[in-house]
Design a binder for this molecule. Structure first.
Ligand code: URA
Length: 237
């Protein structure tokens, strides 16, 4: 059931499971909360909060330059602003592929294609993501080496990464580091830099696989080209 909802673009598989468990989903008018429920999507009517789901929507892929202060979710009662507020012109119900923290800016891919989202975020697929982190203190060569070789965080060692010093303001005691990682753990970049005692003051995702934000200003978005979607899928396979 959760895969059917994800394929229809209702939510990611994980979020679809939550929708089912919390009683938002009905099949032929009857609410189901069992996660393992099997359905034949061609022969039933599925609704979320009473709205019938179109099981074959057009697939859309969007690149958003996320501003600070927006939550990477489609619904969140606690969020002040949602990234979906920025793509209101898109009729399909799309959701973010992976998450950026509310205070993180930059490249966010959004889609209604559950398989694409699953492939891109699965830990085994190792798509590179680059971040530009402004941090407190002067980052040393040894610290860059630690970032790139792997650090012990409270959820285990980080995988090898690429770490480059982009700028060092000795008078202000701040540095700008470019960090490229292949994992996607919660708040990973902030935690890696905190682990070497350089707290992040600003974080921007600059690249995912072959994509960069290019000329998009914060809050602006564009559709990905079919070629870009294919290239991302190749990187994730
Ligand atoms: N790492 C973080 O710490 N935050 C993000 O938003 C993304 C990666």
């Amino acid at each position: 059931m959760h895969k059917v909802l994800a394929a229809a673009g209702v939510a990611s598989r994980r979020e679809a499971e939550k929708l089912i468990a919390s009683g938002h989903v009905s099949v032929d008018g009857k609410i189901i909360t069992e996660l393992g429920t099997k359905v034949d999507p061609e022969h039933v009517t599925i609704s979320v909060d009473g709205a019938v789901i179109d099981l074959h929507p057009r697939k859309v892929y969007i690149l958003l330059n996320k501003p600070r202060g927006y939550t990477s979710s489609r619904r969140d009662p606690h969020a002040v602003r949602l990234v979906t507020d920025l793509v209101k012109d898109v009729a399909e119900s799309i959701y973010p592929v992976g998450r950026l923290d509310v205070d993180t800016e930059g490249l966010l891919v959004m889609t209604n294609d559950g398989d694409f989202a699953f492939k891109l975020t699965h830990p085994s697929h190792k798509v590179e993501k680059s971040y530009r982190a402004e941090v407190r203190g002067a980052v040393s060569h040894d610290e860059l080496k630690k970032l790139s070789e792997g650090l012990l965080l409270d959820d285990g060692m980080t995988a090898p990464a690429k770490a480059t010093l982009l700028a060092l303001h000795t008078t202000r005691q701040t540095s700008i580091v470019e960090l490229t990682i292949t994992e996607g753990r919660n708040r990973q970049v902030r935690r890696m830099l905190a682990a070497i005692a350089h707290p992040v003051t600003r974080l921007i995702r600059t690249r995912v696989g072959n994509l960069t934000v290019g000329k998009l200003m914060p809050g602006e978005w564009r559709f990905l080209t079919p070629q870009e979607v294919d290239d991302l899928l190749k990187l994730a396979s």
